[in-house]
Design a protein around this ligand. Sequence first.
Ligand SMILES: [Zn+2]
Length: 275
Amino acid sequence: MQSVKDHKWTWVRRIVILAMLLVIPLLLSSPRPMTARMVADSENGTKVLVLNYHKVDNMNISLSVLPEDFDRQMRYLSDHGYHTITPDDLYDSLEGQKELPENPVLITFDDGYRDNYDNAYPILRKYGFKATIFVITSFLGTQPNYITWDQAREMDANGISIQSHTVDHKSMTDLTDDQLRYELVESKKKAEQELGHPVEFMAYPTGTYNLHIAQMVKEAGYKAAFTIKYGNVDKASNIYALERVPVFHTEDTNKSFLERIRYTPIFERFGWIKS
Ligand SMILES: [Zn+2]
């Protein structure tokens, strides 16, 4: 029979082993040193915040951020020294050809809703902010809830980069290669004709993609593509699967917004998002 002392010793050993099992994987998954500066400067370069919006209106659905909330979020970015950048700025910095400003943020909108022009654009102009809209090219000028090509051209001339979100917004993992090529090549061509300059970035409709699709995006002549994979972009990112931080309308939209932009780098450090 075990003595009381042996029994106690067994428990101490169990606790030590358990603690080691918990701590060792955490240490292994955190290869970067834990310093306060690591958010800004890791070995993979500056971490870039890419925000992803859809609608800015009063619909009270998760895809619709209220105009007053959007205004408050832009004011927060402005007050806290964020600098808006273009997809080209991001691409050039990832290629090592350009230095980004401090606290860079790429503000993106998916789909090209009419409210982007009516509600978001005046607010962006108020703060002197750049942004990017990924448009569904067959919807422009044909669907009433989407911007027109005239509006696209006006915004494009005033700091809002217009890029491709394919022709028809079909989930790309459901398409044949011919259909994929059509969605990628024709949307690029149409936007280039309408805007009069190269269109070299795209966002995957519904965020779905795989390596084969990414390869086709590259072959279609795009420089980079954006997903809805949660996280910040840095030099470790796949250029054809760039991370974004989505902003939704929630019970407390602005609190959710702050939590998302503040905590993403910490989540990433422990490998909870990128893997
Ligand atoms: Zn979309």
